[in-house]
Design a protein around this ligand. Sequence first.
Ligand code: ZN
Length: 268
Amino acid sequence: MEAKNSISLARLCSTLAAVLDVPAPEKAEPPLDWAVQLLKEQAGGPIQRALIYNPDAVAQWLFHKNRLMFQPVLEQTQLVLPLRAVMPSVTPVCFGTMYTGAQPEVHGIQAYEKPVIAIDSLFDVLARAGKKVALVAVEGSSMAMIYNNRPIDYFYLPYDKEVEEKALELIDKDQYDVIVAYTQEYDDVMHRTGVDSLLSMQALSNQIGIFQRLCRKAAESWKNKTSLIAFCPDHGVHQQEDVHGNHGLDIPEDLNIQHFLGVRRAVK
Ligand SMILES: [Zn+2]
């Protein structure tokens, strides 16, 4: 039986903040200093751009079971962080923790609800530091609700394909320091058809394909800037007794996730 990962998802936010040289949000748990050091060494100087990709529900066990499929993610990154999502392991609760660095009782979302989070977030600290931030997400999703009302630019679109197109366009135009992109096809399909149905595997592959194309665009358009690349899902999944997939439980399948982080140095 798989064990639960030891490092909380709450440690990611201040880790990203430190790598990007901005203060951590007020309630964020401490950074993973070793991860910060590794990524900064890889950067060899200030990191000028960041692409943070949030595919919904990509469990750690999906990586272990489908390693070949994840090869493009490994190729774009240098560090794999095994993290433990927070409870209940549902999307708004977990993304609430991912971008505030705070536990659910601190950021305030403790169930499947999508209110705007009131406490300080990575989006706030980046904006205060003068960074231009774009959040690109599927309309109606948690990520399109809980971080509204920040001084950043929001792009909410019908589904993953449109999110990808907009993110590619924004990377290409290079008017943002930080681009966050959220997609959800794997989560949608696995709820309907099971966690490893053929349709779900195609949806998972599609999420990885989006990441790969965003990374390629970043490598081209941000060639002369050192950039941070991150693949950061919110929670895992488990198979229910019927044909459906689900999550929300306090079990390794739902809690264990892996974040893949990398730095691409500017080409001088
Ligand atoms: Zn779900």
